[in-house]
Design a protein around this ligand. Sequence first.
Ligand SMILES: Cc1ncc(COP(=O)(O)O)c(C=O)c1O
Length: 400
Amino acid sequence: MNPNLAKLHSYPFEKLAKLKQYCTPPAGKQHIALSIGEPSHPIPSLITEAIIENLHGLSDYPTIAGTQELCKFIADWLDQRFRLSGNIYGKSQVIPVNGTREAIFAFAQAVIDHKQQTPLVLMQNPFYQIYEGAAILAGAEPYFLNCNAENNFIPKFNEVKAKIWDRCQLLYLCSPGNPTGAVINTEVLATLIELAHKHNFIIASDECYSEIYFDDKYRPVGLLQAAIYAGYKTLSRCIVFHSLSKRSNAPGLRSGFVAGDSKIMKQFLRYRTYHGCAMAPTTQLASIAAWRDETHVTTNRILYQEKFAAVLKLLSPVINVKQPNAGFYLWAETPIPDTTFTKKLFAEQNVTVLPGSYLARDTNNGNPGSNRIRIALVAPLDKCIDAAHRIRACISTLDN
Ligand SMILES: Cc1ncc(COP(=O)(O)O)c(C=O)c1O
């Protein structure tokens, strides 16, 4: 077997299942799951209609590169959303993928060069665990950049030593961040792009929460936008990942895309010719319907805004929790260790959240997830409010 498989950490939800296994929550209270980041607002009918209308497309083999039509719609969406001034071409700079999870993983396998001294893959800590697994199975070493309240959940990139940047081959960014909701601004992104050119690494920016924000005036910026701002019209060394899962409440559709630097995309397409799985023609057509419509995305945002307002009103007087810049998670501080709190909340209130320490790694400066929980506001509004009341009830027993 590949020895690197043994280095993989168990997934946060495996650890959560173990943590809860001997608890018996009160039978009278219905379970509310705020642990998994699975959107549960209704899937827009324009997507389901497009699937039904195009089911006959399943009789054709799709190509890994995707149809020109889909790639063009995606490029147009990127151009408009991130003001790329026409500097993105569907044909050479976009590849549709069956959800970004597999593509984020596959990307490291395609770009890491094993011949060098053990390469580093840098990532925020806490992080989406696929980055770490991708780095390990690509034969690289994950290198963690802590995000905590002191740095407003954005790593102090300027404190990373030159010798670390020299060994870095890939930097995974997650902005808006899962679980922190922090958004990296244009200036920081531009500095990172400069560093990528100076130290010869690639930036892979996971932007799958970019459309879940709270104020039109503060729409999250993206890496490609920063590349144009910094004068890199060819988007060199910059790759982004976007998904319909969160934007369009369609996690089951398995549709997203990878876009950016054409030289890197050419090599990634080559890799995917062997390892990638082409997107079904029906899914491609449903994805066009989704990317070309913004109305359902606005409606979706309003639903999240309502939930954040209602839940924060209940929780902020009792725990340290703030409205994030974007995304659908609350990254709340716990008055007792995060795992103890999570277990107690489940045992007493039948509400499941995710311990922050399961989403982060121990470092010399501690585990930036400890004493935090991730609360995913994915359930309907009334359930989120009910859960907030139950979290309050759980906290109130701690004061005694
Ligand atoms: C940060 C982040 N990136 C990527 C993904 C993968 O999304 P999908 O594969 O549905 O596109 C998720 C899913 O939860 C996520 O939280």
